[in-house]
Design a protein around this ligand. Structure first.
Ligand SMILES: Nc1ncnc2c1ncn2[C@@H]1O[C@H](COP(=O)(O)OP(=O)(O)OP(=O)(O)O)[C@@H](O)[C@H]1O
Ligand SMILES: [Mg+2]
Length: 315
């Protein structure tokens, strides 16, 4: 509703992981380059980790676009609740490999034959698992076994595991030692710094069609950074609601005060500055997209283990 008022062609702060809006911070650029390099050079296992809402899925979507342009075959799995019996079913279906049998050994043979054909044709195949922090140990073990499919020199199947920091913790456990040893590259996403938050907001506005004077005041962006802790998903939420509120008030420039109001509306100002004792994290599901927005305060407390520099001083 506010688009024409602010001279925009589309909604700039959608919470979808749309790769068209990807803003390349140095960290994101490095992560993307790492993933591309790892896949091209057949490294086998690569991880992508980062806090909730820091752009992993958006980055993966950009990677998928890049891979598809190069005709690399991909299997994208995001149902991380699957059990180990279903893993091969999903992979065969995603790669469109016909297999009548449901026996694991038959399925594995089919996959190996297909991968060898790809390899001889000079092609690569990639399995990407998003939200991998939720994978069970048996599934992770199955995935490890898949990377045993290799020639004497190269891995036939490239695997990218993407997930929140719980994934890294999981991989440190002794029973996953063998998998951990196979990880050849570790890529990361990170929250935005203050200057990056400025650029991030402007870049999204530019992609959405903004051409005129700045829509967010300097103070507004600083306040956004303060409350969002640089987490893009929260930045989007604050910006989206601030645009709506400013439109209602018919103000063409979003002020710091409007951001304060939105932050209060979402109770971002009531978050305890210190993480709970033992820093016990709620189930990772809490951080999945829709529910995350209803649990922002709790989610943000994870970032506030160290008291933020100026939040309290500002009040
Ligand atoms: N570098 C970026 N450039 C543009 N938009 C981004 C960037 N990083 C994150 N976003 C935006 O922030 C929101 C959350 O991003 P995304 O869903 O990719 O995070 P995530 O790390 O996968 O989160 P989760 O841990 O909950 O799965 C999306 O709207 C996405 O477009
Ligand atoms: Mg995600």
């Amino acid at each position: 509703m506010y688009k024409s008022f602010f001279g925009l062609k589309e909604n700039p702060f959608n919470v979808n992981p749309d790769p068209r809006f990807l803003y390349l911070t140095q960290e994101i650029e490095e992560a993307l380059a790492g993933l591309m390099y790892g896949i091209q050079t057949r490294k086998g296992f690569i991880t992508l980790t980062g806090e909730v809402g820091t752009g992993k899925t958006t980055l993966i979507n950009r990677l998928l676009d890049w891979l598809h342009q190069r005709r690399v075959r991909t299997a994208f799995l995001f149902n991380s609740r699957m059990n180990s019996n279903h893993l091969l079913d999903f992979i065969l279906a995603e790669f469109e490999i016909p297999c009548e049998s449901r026996s694991k050994s038959q399925q594995l043979m089919k996959l190996q034959e297909w991968l060898l054909e790809r390899y001889r044709a000079g092609e690569t195949a990639v399995v990407i698992v998003d939200e991998a922090q939720n994978l069970s140990y048996p599934v992770l073990e199955e995935i490890r076994l898949l990377t045993n499919l290799e020639t004497s020199t190269d891995k036939l199947l490239q695997v990218v595991l993407s997930g929140q920091p719980e994934l890294e913790e999981k991989l440190k456990l002794p029973q996953l030692r063998q998998l951990r040893q196979r990880i050849m590259l570790r890529c990361k996403t990170a929250p935005l710094t203050t200057p990056q938050t400025f650029d991030y907001i402007n870049e999204r506005l530019r992609i959405a069609g903004a051409t005129g004077d700045p829509i967010f005041s300097k103070e507004a962006v600083e306040t956004i950074h303060l409350y969002s802790m640089g987490i893009p998903r929260v930045v989007n939420l604050l910006c989206e609601h601030a645009l709506v509120n400013s439109f209602v008030e018919q103000k063409r420039v979003v002020s710091g005060k409007v951001i304060e109001e939105v932050a209060r509306e979402f109770q971002l100002d009531e978050v305890e500055p210190v993480a709970p004792a033992g820093s016990t994290r709620p189930d990772a599901d809490v951080y999945n997209s829709e529910s995350f927005l209803q649990n922002l305060g709790e989610a943000l407390s994870r970032f506030r283990a160290v008291p933020p520099p100026t939040t309290r001083e500002r009040k």
